[in-house]
Design a protein around this ligand. Sequence first.
Ligand SMILES: NC(=O)c1ccc[n+]([C@@H]2O[C@H](COP(=O)([O-])OP(=O)(O)OC[C@H]3O[C@@H](n4cnc5c(N)ncnc54)[C@H](O)[C@@H]3O)[C@@H](O)[C@H]2O)c1
Length: 326
Amino acid sequence: MRVLVTGGAGYIGSHTVRELRRLGHDITIVDRFITGHRAALLADCVEADIGDEESIARVCREGGIEGAIHFAAFCAAGESVIDPGKYFRNNVQGTIGLMNGLTAAGVKHVVLSSSSAVYGTQEEVPIGEDAPKNPESPYGESKLMCERLLPWYETAGGPNWVALRYFNASGASSDASLGDDARPATRALPVALEVALGKRPEFSLFGDDYPTVDGTCIRDYVHVEDLAHAHVLALDYLAGGGASDVLNVGSGRGFSNRELIDAVKRLTGVDFRVVIHPRRAGDPVVTQADIAKIRRVLGWAPEHDLDAMVRTAWEWRRRNPDGYPE
Ligand SMILES: NC(=O)c1ccc[n+]([C@@H]2O[C@H](COP(=O)([O-])OP(=O)(O)OC[C@H]3O[C@@H](n4cnc5c(N)ncnc54)[C@H](O)[C@@H]3O)[C@@H](O)[C@H]2O)c1
Protein backbone atom coordinates (compact mmCIF):
# COMPACT_ATOMS: atom_id res chain seq x y z
CA MET A 1 0.00 0.00 0.00
CA ARG A 2 1.13 3.60 -0.56
CA VAL A 3 1.17 5.07 2.92
CA LEU A 4 1.56 8.61 4.25
CA VAL A 5 3.23 8.66 7.68
CA THR A 6 2.99 11.92 9.61
CA GLY A 7 5.65 12.26 12.29
CA GLY A 8 7.78 9.56 10.63
CA ALA A 9 10.98 11.18 11.96
CA GLY A 10 9.79 10.69 15.53
CA TYR A 11 10.25 7.83 17.97
CA ILE A 12 7.28 5.56 17.19
CA GLY A 13 6.88 6.86 13.62
CA SER A 14 10.43 5.89 12.60
CA HIS A 15 10.02 2.35 13.95
CA THR A 16 6.71 2.03 12.11
CA VAL A 17 8.25 3.26 8.84
CA ARG A 18 10.88 0.57 9.25
CA GLU A 19 8.21 -2.11 9.80
CA LEU A 20 6.11 -0.87 6.83
CA ARG A 21 9.20 -1.02 4.61
CA ARG A 22 10.06 -4.51 5.82
CA LEU A 23 6.59 -5.62 4.74
CA GLY A 24 6.88 -4.03 1.30
CA HIS A 25 4.80 -0.87 1.66
CA ASP A 26 5.64 2.44 -0.12
CA ILE A 27 6.05 5.32 2.29
CA THR A 28 5.99 9.11 2.18
CA ILE A 29 6.72 10.90 5.44
CA VAL A 30 5.44 14.34 6.41
CA ASP A 31 7.38 15.89 9.27
CA ARG A 32 8.64 19.29 10.39
CA PHE A 33 11.45 17.98 12.60
CA ILE A 34 10.11 19.76 15.67
CA THR A 35 10.81 16.84 18.01
CA GLY A 36 11.82 14.30 15.34
CA HIS A 37 15.27 13.77 13.84
CA ARG A 38 16.55 13.69 10.26
CA ALA A 39 18.87 10.84 11.24
CA ALA A 40 15.81 8.68 11.97
CA LEU A 41 14.33 9.13 8.47
CA LEU A 42 13.97 5.86 6.58
CA ALA A 43 11.85 7.06 3.64
CA ASP A 44 11.27 10.15 1.48
CA CYS A 45 10.10 13.06 3.56
CA VAL A 46 8.11 16.15 2.66
CA GLU A 47 8.85 18.91 5.14
CA ALA A 48 5.40 20.35 5.83
CA ASP A 49 3.00 20.99 8.66
CA ILE A 50 0.21 18.48 9.12
CA GLY A 51 -2.21 21.39 9.47
CA ASP A 52 -1.40 22.62 5.96
CA GLU A 53 -4.30 20.86 4.27
CA GLU A 54 -3.42 21.95 0.73
CA SER A 55 0.09 20.50 1.00
CA ILE A 56 -1.30 17.31 2.52
CA ALA A 57 -3.88 16.93 -0.27
CA ARG A 58 -1.25 17.60 -2.94
CA VAL A 59 1.26 15.11 -1.48
CA CYS A 60 -1.48 12.48 -1.25
CA ARG A 61 -2.72 13.04 -4.80
CA GLU A 62 0.76 13.11 -6.32
CA GLY A 63 1.86 10.02 -4.38
CA GLY A 64 -1.36 8.04 -4.96
CA ILE A 65 -1.64 7.65 -1.17
CA GLU A 66 -4.19 5.03 -0.06
CA GLY A 67 -3.67 5.00 3.70
CA ALA A 68 -2.23 7.31 6.37
CA ILE A 69 -0.75 6.76 9.80
CA HIS A 70 -0.91 9.88 11.89
CA PHE A 71 1.76 10.17 14.60
CA ALA A 72 2.60 13.88 14.40
CA ALA A 73 1.68 15.56 17.68
CA PHE A 74 3.17 17.00 20.82
CA CYS A 75 3.07 14.45 23.61
CA ALA A 76 4.49 15.77 26.90
CA ALA A 77 1.48 15.65 29.23
CA GLY A 78 3.19 17.75 31.93
CA GLU A 79 4.04 20.54 29.50
CA SER A 80 0.46 20.52 28.17
CA VAL A 81 -0.87 21.46 31.63
CA ILE A 82 1.28 24.60 31.56
CA ASP A 83 0.71 25.43 27.89
CA PRO A 84 -2.63 23.94 26.76
CA GLY A 85 -2.87 26.14 23.66
CA LYS A 86 0.30 24.62 22.23
CA TYR A 87 -1.30 21.17 22.45
CA PHE A 88 -4.78 22.04 21.19
CA ARG A 89 -3.29 23.99 18.26
CA ASN A 90 -0.81 21.39 17.11
CA ASN A 91 -2.67 18.21 17.98
CA VAL A 92 -6.31 19.14 17.32
CA GLN A 93 -6.08 21.96 14.77
CA GLY A 94 -3.26 20.05 13.05
CA THR A 95 -5.40 16.92 12.84
CA ILE A 96 -8.32 18.91 11.39
CA GLY A 97 -6.03 20.19 8.62
CA LEU A 98 -4.69 16.70 8.02
CA MET A 99 -8.18 15.15 7.87
CA ASN A 100 -9.35 17.87 5.45
CA GLY A 101 -6.35 17.12 3.22
CA LEU A 102 -6.78 13.32 3.38
CA THR A 103 -10.51 13.60 2.67
CA ALA A 104 -10.01 16.00 -0.26
CA ALA A 105 -7.45 13.62 -1.79
CA GLY A 106 -9.69 10.56 -1.37
CA VAL A 107 -7.35 8.71 1.03
CA LYS A 108 -9.21 5.58 2.13
CA HIS A 109 -7.80 4.70 5.54
CA VAL A 110 -6.23 6.41 8.54
CA VAL A 111 -4.67 5.05 11.72
CA LEU A 112 -4.48 7.58 14.55
CA SER A 113 -1.98 7.59 17.42
CA SER A 114 -4.14 7.97 20.46
CA SER A 115 -3.15 7.42 24.05
CA SER A 116 -4.05 5.82 27.36
CA ALA A 117 -4.02 9.46 28.56
CA VAL A 118 -7.66 9.64 27.40
CA TYR A 119 -8.60 7.41 30.36
CA GLY A 120 -6.96 9.12 33.33
CA THR A 121 -7.39 7.41 36.71
CA GLN A 122 -9.87 4.52 36.58
CA GLU A 123 -11.70 2.57 39.28
CA GLU A 124 -11.36 -0.65 37.35
CA VAL A 125 -8.16 -2.11 35.91
CA PRO A 126 -7.20 -3.49 33.46
CA ILE A 127 -8.74 -0.68 31.42
CA GLY A 128 -11.04 -1.64 28.54
CA GLU A 129 -11.81 0.64 25.59
CA ASP A 130 -15.31 1.38 26.94
CA ALA A 131 -14.04 2.68 30.28
CA PRO A 132 -15.07 6.27 31.09
CA LYS A 133 -12.80 8.90 29.60
CA ASN A 134 -11.29 11.22 32.21
CA PRO A 135 -8.25 12.88 30.63
CA GLU A 136 -6.13 14.56 33.31
CA SER A 137 -4.19 16.83 30.97
CA PRO A 138 -4.79 18.95 27.85
CA TYR A 139 -2.62 16.38 26.05
CA GLY A 140 -5.07 13.55 26.91
CA GLU A 141 -8.01 15.80 26.07
CA SER A 142 -6.44 16.68 22.70
CA LYS A 143 -6.13 12.99 21.83
CA LEU A 144 -9.76 12.35 22.76
CA MET A 145 -10.81 15.31 20.61
CA CYS A 146 -8.85 13.90 17.66
CA GLU A 147 -10.53 10.51 18.09
CA ARG A 148 -13.93 12.18 18.09
CA LEU A 149 -13.25 13.96 14.79
CA LEU A 150 -12.74 10.75 12.85
CA PRO A 151 -16.30 9.36 12.63
CA TRP A 152 -17.56 12.72 11.37
CA TYR A 153 -15.04 12.73 8.53
CA GLU A 154 -15.93 9.13 7.69
CA THR A 155 -19.64 10.04 7.56
CA ALA A 156 -18.75 12.84 5.13
CA GLY A 157 -16.90 10.43 2.79
CA GLY A 158 -13.47 10.63 4.47
CA PRO A 159 -11.25 7.68 5.41
CA ASN A 160 -12.31 4.79 7.61
CA TRP A 161 -10.11 4.67 10.70
CA VAL A 162 -8.58 2.89 13.64
CA ALA A 163 -7.53 4.84 16.74
CA LEU A 164 -4.81 3.00 18.66
CA ARG A 165 -4.61 3.98 22.31
CA TYR A 166 -1.02 3.26 23.27
CA PHE A 167 0.07 2.72 26.81
CA ASN A 168 3.80 3.42 27.52
CA ALA A 169 5.84 2.98 24.35
CA SER A 170 9.32 1.77 25.33
CA GLY A 171 12.50 0.21 24.02
CA ALA A 172 14.42 0.63 20.79
CA SER A 173 14.89 -1.29 17.55
CA SER A 174 16.48 -4.71 18.02
CA ASP A 175 19.53 -3.67 15.97
CA ALA A 176 19.93 -0.47 18.05
CA SER A 177 19.67 1.75 14.97
CA LEU A 178 16.52 3.60 16.12
CA GLY A 179 15.57 4.74 19.60
CA ASP A 180 13.79 7.24 21.83
CA ASP A 181 15.50 10.63 21.54
CA ALA A 182 12.98 13.00 23.15
CA ARG A 183 14.81 16.11 24.35
CA PRO A 184 14.63 16.47 27.24
CA ALA A 185 13.68 12.91 28.15
CA THR A 186 10.50 12.86 30.24
CA ARG A 187 9.47 9.19 30.15
CA ALA A 188 10.63 7.06 33.08
CA LEU A 189 12.76 4.53 31.17
CA PRO A 190 14.86 6.99 29.13
CA VAL A 191 15.29 9.16 32.22
CA ALA A 192 16.48 6.15 34.27
CA LEU A 193 18.92 5.23 31.48
CA GLU A 194 20.34 8.76 31.50
CA VAL A 195 20.92 8.37 35.25
CA ALA A 196 22.63 5.01 34.63
CA LEU A 197 24.83 6.69 31.99
CA GLY A 198 25.82 9.39 34.49
CA LYS A 199 24.06 12.16 32.54
CA ARG A 200 21.77 12.90 35.49
CA PRO A 201 22.78 12.68 39.15
CA GLU A 202 19.72 10.78 40.41
CA PHE A 203 16.31 9.38 39.51
CA SER A 204 13.36 11.34 40.92
CA LEU A 205 10.54 9.03 41.96
CA PHE A 206 7.26 10.86 42.48
CA GLY A 207 5.25 9.24 45.26
CA ASP A 208 5.89 6.01 47.17
CA ASP A 209 2.67 6.06 49.19
CA TYR A 210 0.17 4.99 46.54
CA PRO A 211 -2.18 2.06 47.28
CA THR A 212 -0.12 -0.39 45.19
CA VAL A 213 2.15 -3.37 45.96
CA ASP A 214 5.20 -1.23 46.73
CA GLY A 215 3.60 2.22 46.98
CA THR A 216 4.68 3.41 43.50
CA CYS A 217 2.53 3.98 40.41
CA ILE A 218 1.92 1.11 38.01
CA ARG A 219 2.36 1.40 34.25
CA ASP A 220 1.87 -0.83 31.23
CA TYR A 221 4.90 -0.81 28.91
CA VAL A 222 4.73 -1.91 25.28
CA HIS A 223 7.79 -2.43 23.07
CA VAL A 224 7.99 0.07 20.22
CA GLU A 225 8.48 -2.71 17.65
CA ASP A 226 5.31 -4.47 18.84
CA LEU A 227 3.54 -1.13 18.64
CA ALA A 228 4.88 -0.52 15.11
CA HIS A 229 3.56 -3.89 14.01
CA ALA A 230 0.09 -3.09 15.39
CA HIS A 231 -0.11 -0.12 12.96
CA VAL A 232 0.59 -2.30 9.95
CA LEU A 233 -2.05 -4.79 11.09
CA ALA A 234 -4.54 -1.94 11.60
CA LEU A 235 -3.99 -0.71 8.02
CA ASP A 236 -4.38 -4.26 6.66
CA TYR A 237 -7.56 -4.63 8.68
CA LEU A 238 -9.06 -1.43 7.23
CA ALA A 239 -7.97 -2.33 3.69
CA GLY A 240 -9.65 -5.72 4.16
CA GLY A 241 -12.99 -4.03 4.91
CA GLY A 242 -12.74 -3.90 8.71
CA ALA A 243 -15.03 -1.45 10.48
CA SER A 244 -13.61 1.68 12.11
CA ASP A 245 -12.73 1.08 15.76
CA VAL A 246 -10.74 2.06 18.84
CA LEU A 247 -8.16 -0.38 20.21
CA ASN A 248 -5.84 -0.39 23.22
CA VAL A 249 -2.20 -1.32 22.61
CA GLY A 250 -0.31 -2.35 25.71
CA SER A 251 1.29 -5.46 27.14
CA GLY A 252 -1.66 -6.10 29.43
CA ARG A 253 0.79 -6.24 32.37
CA GLY A 254 1.49 -3.64 34.99
CA PHE A 255 4.92 -2.85 36.44
CA SER A 256 5.45 -0.53 39.36
CA ASN A 257 7.96 2.29 39.04
CA ARG A 258 10.15 0.45 41.54
CA GLU A 259 10.05 -2.69 39.40
CA LEU A 260 11.11 -0.61 36.40
CA ILE A 261 13.99 0.95 38.35
CA ASP A 262 15.10 -2.49 39.58
CA ALA A 263 15.04 -3.83 36.01
CA VAL A 264 17.16 -0.89 34.80
CA LYS A 265 19.68 -1.38 37.63
CA ARG A 266 19.87 -5.13 36.98
CA LEU A 267 20.23 -4.89 33.20
CA THR A 268 22.64 -1.94 33.10
CA GLY A 269 24.68 -3.14 36.07
CA VAL A 270 24.58 0.39 37.53
CA ASP A 271 23.24 0.99 41.05
CA PHE A 272 22.10 4.62 40.86
CA ARG A 273 20.55 6.99 43.38
CA VAL A 274 16.74 7.21 43.62
CA VAL A 275 15.24 10.21 45.42
CA ILE A 276 11.62 10.09 46.59
CA HIS A 277 9.51 13.21 45.98
CA PRO A 278 5.86 13.89 46.85
CA ARG A 279 3.17 12.68 44.45
CA ARG A 280 2.92 14.67 41.21
CA ALA A 281 -0.42 16.12 40.08
CA GLY A 282 -1.97 14.34 37.12
CA ASP A 283 -0.23 10.97 37.57
CA PRO A 284 -2.84 8.19 37.39
CA VAL A 285 -2.17 5.50 40.03
CA VAL A 286 -2.48 2.49 37.75
CA THR A 287 -2.63 2.35 33.96
CA GLN A 288 -2.83 -1.17 32.66
CA ALA A 289 -4.47 -2.14 29.39
CA ASP A 290 -7.09 -4.74 28.73
CA ILE A 291 -5.80 -6.02 25.37
CA ALA A 292 -8.49 -8.62 24.64
CA LYS A 293 -10.01 -6.48 21.88
CA ILE A 294 -6.86 -5.91 19.81
CA ARG A 295 -6.02 -9.61 20.15
CA ARG A 296 -9.44 -10.46 18.77
CA VAL A 297 -9.79 -7.76 16.09
CA LEU A 298 -6.22 -7.60 14.72
CA GLY A 299 -4.79 -10.88 16.01
CA TRP A 300 -2.02 -8.79 17.61
CA ALA A 301 -0.10 -9.86 20.72
CA PRO A 302 2.99 -8.34 22.33
CA GLU A 303 6.18 -10.31 21.74
CA HIS A 304 8.70 -8.37 23.85
CA ASP A 305 8.80 -8.27 27.65
CA LEU A 306 10.01 -5.49 29.95
CA ASP A 307 13.57 -6.84 30.01
CA ALA A 308 13.70 -6.64 26.20
CA MET A 309 12.49 -3.04 26.35
CA VAL A 310 15.15 -2.06 28.87
CA ARG A 311 17.89 -4.00 27.08
CA THR A 312 17.20 -2.53 23.61
CA ALA A 313 16.75 1.01 24.97
CA TRP A 314 20.02 0.71 26.91
CA GLU A 315 21.90 -0.58 23.87
CA TRP A 316 20.62 2.33 21.74
CA ARG A 317 21.43 4.83 24.47
CA ARG A 318 24.95 3.49 25.01
CA ARG A 319 25.66 3.74 21.28
CA ASN A 320 24.09 7.21 21.13
CA PRO A 321 24.83 8.86 24.49
CA ASP A 322 24.03 12.28 23.04
CA GLY A 323 21.11 11.05 20.94
CA TYR A 324 20.94 11.12 17.15
CA PRO A 325 23.58 13.16 15.34
CA GLU A 326 22.03 16.39 14.05
N1 LIG B 1 5.66 7.82 23.26
C1 LIG B 1 4.61 7.29 23.90
O1 LIG B 1 4.76 6.56 24.90
C2 LIG B 1 3.22 7.58 23.41
C3 LIG B 1 2.12 7.06 24.14
C4 LIG B 1 0.84 7.30 23.67
C5 LIG B 1 0.64 8.00 22.50
N2 LIG B 1 1.70 8.51 21.81
C6 LIG B 1 1.45 9.24 20.57
O2 LIG B 1 2.24 8.70 19.54
C7 LIG B 1 2.61 9.71 18.62
C8 LIG B 1 4.10 9.67 18.38
O3 LIG B 1 4.77 9.85 19.62
P1 LIG B 1 6.36 9.84 19.69
O4 LIG B 1 6.71 9.43 21.08
O5 LIG B 1 6.91 9.11 18.55
O6 LIG B 1 6.65 11.42 19.54
P2 LIG B 1 7.82 12.18 18.78
O7 LIG B 1 7.83 13.56 19.34
O8 LIG B 1 9.08 11.39 18.80
O9 LIG B 1 7.29 12.22 17.28
C9 LIG B 1 6.37 13.17 16.80
C10 LIG B 1 6.81 13.60 15.40
O10 LIG B 1 5.83 14.47 14.83
C11 LIG B 1 6.48 15.61 14.27
N3 LIG B 1 5.50 16.71 14.33
C12 LIG B 1 4.88 17.20 15.45
N4 LIG B 1 4.01 18.17 15.10
C13 LIG B 1 4.07 18.29 13.75
C14 LIG B 1 3.40 19.12 12.81
N5 LIG B 1 2.50 20.02 13.19
N6 LIG B 1 3.69 18.97 11.48
C15 LIG B 1 4.61 18.07 11.08
N7 LIG B 1 5.29 17.25 11.94
C16 LIG B 1 5.02 17.37 13.26
C17 LIG B 1 7.71 15.81 15.13
O11 LIG B 1 8.72 16.56 14.49
C18 LIG B 1 8.13 14.35 15.38
O12 LIG B 1 8.96 13.87 14.36
C19 LIG B 1 2.08 11.02 19.18
O13 LIG B 1 0.85 11.33 18.54
C20 LIG B 1 1.84 10.70 20.64
O14 LIG B 1 0.80 11.49 21.18
C21 LIG B 1 2.99 8.32 22.25
